[in-house]
Design a protein around this ligand. Sequence first.
Ligand SMILES: NC(=O)c1ccc[n+]([C@@H]2O[C@H](COP(=O)([O-])OP(=O)(O)OC[C@H]3O[C@@H](n4cnc5c(N)ncnc54)[C@H](OP(=O)(O)O)[C@@H]3O)[C@@H](O)[C@H]2O)c1
Length: 234
Amino acid sequence: MQGKNVVIIGASSGVGYSTAEILGAEGANLFTISRNEPDFPPSLQFEHFSHDILEEDFPAEALPEKIDALIYCPGSINLKPLRSLSAQMFREDYELNVIGAVKAIKAALKALKKADGTPSIVLFSTVAVQQGMAFHGSVAAAKGAIEGLTRSLAAELSPRIRVNCIAPSLVNTPLASHILSSEERVTASNNRHPLKRIGEAKDIAQTAVFLASEQSSWITGQVIGVDGGLSRLR
Ligand SMILES: NC(=O)c1ccc[n+]([C@@H]2O[C@H](COP(=O)([O-])OP(=O)(O)OC[C@H]3O[C@@H](n4cnc5c(N)ncnc54)[C@H](OP(=O)(O)O)[C@@H]3O)[C@@H](O)[C@H]2O)c1
């Protein structure tokens, strides 16, 4: 990724942070956007623009002239029975997961088209779209929309720009800390996975880097499960 311009929305924690660490070590030029500035080690060079993606307008000035990869990380895990999920909560999850990504992609399209090769957009879904999981109604609905968006935009933007999506199972990041709040919960979560462990941010980040790079130049419109086998194995 030496010299490639990569925009990461949400590199201040979790998967986005780990993705930035790998890309930075590979020599990519990093442009990060989130509310908080990432606390990277001093060796990692990056340009940060502080912005809340829930604001109406996306800050076009945060983007470079040419973009080789755009990675949209913000997401939610709002697990509740349907009786406790208001229509407003569904709207908020949709706004962050889907509309935020749409705003970022629309703002970046011109710069993506200026890049050589097959520039890449990487989005995030969840294992809970493929496998029905109780209490996941709101997040599964929003991420299901991301999977539809992935395939539709991949068709629309082909052959110029690739669009793919990663569907993780439970990953040890700040977003999942409320689910992993005790040793018993971590053990139970590990045991639910065929590979007998939950994910680490790096497990997902390595796939994001692959999808962002030319190594995946013949892959578009895919939803890739990175989930310890949970979505496919009994
Ligand atoms: N962790 C899991 O178990 C899991 C499972 C399935 C799917 N996923 C999906 O994987 C993706 C990455 O998750 P993660 O666990 O790495 O999440 P995370 O640790 O919460 O990181 C999310 C990043 O997005 C940024 N962000 C959140 N809200 C934002 C806003 N309103 N405006 C701008 N930036 C915002 C955060 O930065 P600031 O707070 O600084 O703004 C942060 O850098 C998400 O789409 C998530 O839904 C995660």
